[in-house]
Ligand binder design. Structure first.
Ligand code: COA
Ligand code: AMP
Length: 630
């Protein structure tokens, strides 16, 4: 069957299509059907099946006689070590951790926050939760204590599993003070913490609260896999919305497994035993789906990489890892390639390694600029495939089904809709537009298995954020167009979300932090274009009347405030004081116009602007920060 026909079948007969895919998963009790639509527009998949995700990711491979196959390779240039763990070892270590957690009272449905760097123990912690039916919530290590506190208060975890430190080039990030700060700030207090002590920096444990990981698991009775309902949340992953309160995306267990398993062959073209490397972080959705669960469910070998594309130690690290571990499919963010390209434009490092194992490269997380794609194609001589998805969906909305039927690549497009995604481009009134016309990209409900059924503790916000704008559709928050062949082009976000180095951030959240500075009366944060990171946040600050303090001092304090409150990952380093912000007559800040000025783009004077002269003041302020770039 051609891919186009397969896609059509997935839309017209979702039950038939997904029940067929569900056969690849081990069920304790098979589901009676795929789609549960009695509560539409809230949908669920495989709700009456019983299943366990850890079993599918680890035990079943051991049972099938592949226990000796390597499941996880930890390649860590920052600690100069490589560790390989077989499926049997992973199963045993996860069962022991799960047993220790169970002995401390963790049971099905309890939340566990995981705050860890790129170490295999992060995957073990996730899988141990899955083994017990506990709901994990991984928090990215680059977030500050406050962000962790916000997540602790929302998820109300019984336990936090952390490491003593993370290792960034040139500095060791002590996690314990961040963990302590977060727990002190949060109203909810976890019962206990488990801390993985790392050689680079040991943490002082808090008596009565913290357990040393090694002692915690030592001698623990291994736990069996606990069957859960298909619609049981496997995890909650927080992502940026328009405000400082992140959205807790729920991932239901069974549909996620079925969908991920489908993608491993049909998108990533991998068979059991093949090596897959996703150079991302377990703190992001890409890490959940394609460092941890997807490759393990499919019986691949997955690489946990603790390093950066450049500087650990050089711009050849990617190629070294691919060559050394025989990576067949490689997935990263365009930013990572831009970083390598900047240091090694001619690809001198590429020639040093035998890359014959590499068959395909996949990019996602932000817009892939054609320059970067073409550079990667030239250097690596393999197809470089852009694909588009979101934390909310958990797997690709649009991609090129390389393992099923490779479709022609069109530069600038992440290709076509994946099974179950009925992608449409709508005008403001919610009517489909013709091919080539820009509009809001929406997905006709139901979304396929694996995508979010709801937000954690926030159904009203779920409905408002995604379902109400276009009744009957899920609003993706992205704008773009579709061509006559169904290829999708993603052009911009329709909300306050920006994408910095492939990291999704909320300008609204940064504004909330800036507004808390005692001298700041009003502020606006925009995303300006950046050659390396795609976008960078830039803040405009209006000070309280009568403030006489040095303006650059205040701007520096604001930069520090965002770093302390949100974290270094916000990469907020640009702030400037202005007298006034450009607004419409109804008081709406004209952020889009400021972005155009910062990026040096032509723009139309907004008809509703209150005072056009303010734009000149903005241009002068931007110039002081070096924008627009030459
Ligand atoms: N723990 C603590 N701090 C972290 C961190 C972590 N896990 N990850 C990043 N940071 C810090 C960085 O050290 C940096 O700090 P600095 O301001 O002191 O330099 C800051 O957060 C900004 O990080 P980043 O924007 O990632 O910049 P970078 O210079 O460290 O790296 C790239 C740039 C391009 C190499 C890097 O962003 C990258 O590899 N991006 C790929 C993106 C990705 O994986 N996205 C996931 C979706 S696919
Ligand atoms: P996240 O939830 O962090 O994965 O971020 C999702 C957002 O990143 C999407 O809504 C898009 O705005 C953007 N994005 C992800 N992948 C792509 C892509 N391939 N092309 C363009 N934008 C992308």
């Amino acid at each position: 069957m051609r891919y186009a026909d397969l896609h059509r079948k997935s839309i017209t007969d979702p039950n038939g299509f997904w029940m067929e895919q569900a056969k690849a998963i081990d069920w304790v009790t098979p589901p009676s059907k795929a789609l549960f639509d009695d509560n539409a527009p809230l949908y669920e998949w495989f709700s009456d099946g019983m299943v366990n995700m850890c079993w599918n990711a680890l035990d079943r491979h051991v049972e099938a006689g592949r226990g000796d196959q390597i499941a996880v390779i930890h390649d860590s240039p920052v600690t100069n070590s490589i560790t390989r763990l077989s499926y049997a070892e992973m199963r045993d270590r996860v069962a022991a951790l799960a047993g220790a957690l169970a002995a401390q009272g963790i049971t099905k449905g309890d939340r566990v926050i995981i705050y860890m760097p790129m170490v295999p123990e992060a995957l073990m912690a996730m899988l141990a939760c899955a083994r017990l039916g506990a709901i994990h919530s991984v928090v990215f290590g680059g977030f500050a204590a406050h962000e962790l506190a916000v997540r602790i208060d929302d998820a109300q975890p019984k336990c936090v599993i952390a490491a003593s430190c993370g290792i960034e080039p040139g500095r060791v990030v002590a996690y314990k003070p961040l963990l302590d700060g977060a727990i002190a700030e949060a109203s909810h207090k976890p019962d206990f913490c488990v801390v993985l002590q790392r050689d680079a920096l040991a943490a002082d444990l808090t008596p009565g609260r913290d357990h040393d990981w090694a002692e915690f698991v030592d001698g623990a009775a291994p736990a069996d896999c606990v069957p859960v309902e298909g619609n049981h949340p496997s995890y909650v992953l927080y992502t940026s919305g328009t405000t400082g309160q992140p959205k807790g995306v729920i991932r239901a267990t069974a549909g996620y497994m079925v969908a991920l398993n489908w993608t491993m062959k049909n998108i990533y073209n991998l068979d059991q035993g093949d090596v897959f490397w996703t150079a991302s972080d377990v703190g992001w959705v890409v890490g959940h789906s394609y460092i941890c669960y997807g490759p393990l469910i499919a019986g691949n070998t997955t690489i946990v990489f603790e390093g950066k594309p450049v500087g650990t130690p050089d711009a050849g690290t990617f190629w070294r890892v691919i060559s050394e571990h025989k990576v067949k499919s490689f997935f990263t963010a365009p930013t990572a390639f831009r970083a390598v390209k900047r240091e090694d434009p001619a690809g001198a490092f590429v020639g040093k390694y035998d890359l014959s194992c590499l068959k395909t490269v996949y990019l996602a997380g932000e817009r892939a600029d054609p320059d970067t794609i073409q550079w990667a194609q030239r250097q690596l001589n393999v197809p470089v495939i852009d694909h588009w998805w979101q934390t909310e969906t958990g797997w690709a909305i649009a991609a090129n089904p390389i393992g099923y039927e490779p479709l022609p690549v069109k530069l600038g497009s992440p290709s076509v809709a994946m099974p179950g995604y009925d992608v449409q481009v709508l005008d403001e009134g919610g009517h489909p537009v013709s091919p080539g016309t820009l509009g809001a990209i929406a997905i006709k409900l139901p979304l396929p298995p694996g995508t979010l059924p709801n937000l954690w503790n926030a159904e009203a916000r779920f409905r408002k954020s995604y379902l109400e704008q276009f009744p009957g559709y899920y609003a993706t928050g992205d704008a773009g167009y579709m061509d006559e062949d169904g290829y999708i082009y993603i052009m911009a976000r329709t909300d306050d979300v920006i994408n910095v180095a492939g990291h999704r951030l909320s300008t609204g959240a940064m504004e909330e932090v800036l507004a808390s500075h005692p001298d700041v009366a009003e502020c606006a944060v925009i995303g300006v274009s950046d050659d390396l990171k795609g976008q960078l946040p830039l803040g405009f600050l209006c000070l309280n009347a009568g403030t006489t303090r040095d303006q650059s001092e205040i701007a520096r304090e604001c930069v520090k405030l965002v770093r302390d409150q949100i974290g270094p990952v916000a990469a907020f380093k640009l702030a400037v004081v202005v007298d006034r912000l450009p607004k419409t007559r109804s008081g709406k800040i004209l952020r889009g116009t400021m972005v155009s000025i910062a990026d040096g783009k032509e723009f139309k004077m907004p008809a509703t602007i209150d005072d056009p002269a303010i734009l000149d003041e903005i241009a002068i302020a931007l110039k002081s920060l070096g924008y627009p770039k030459a």
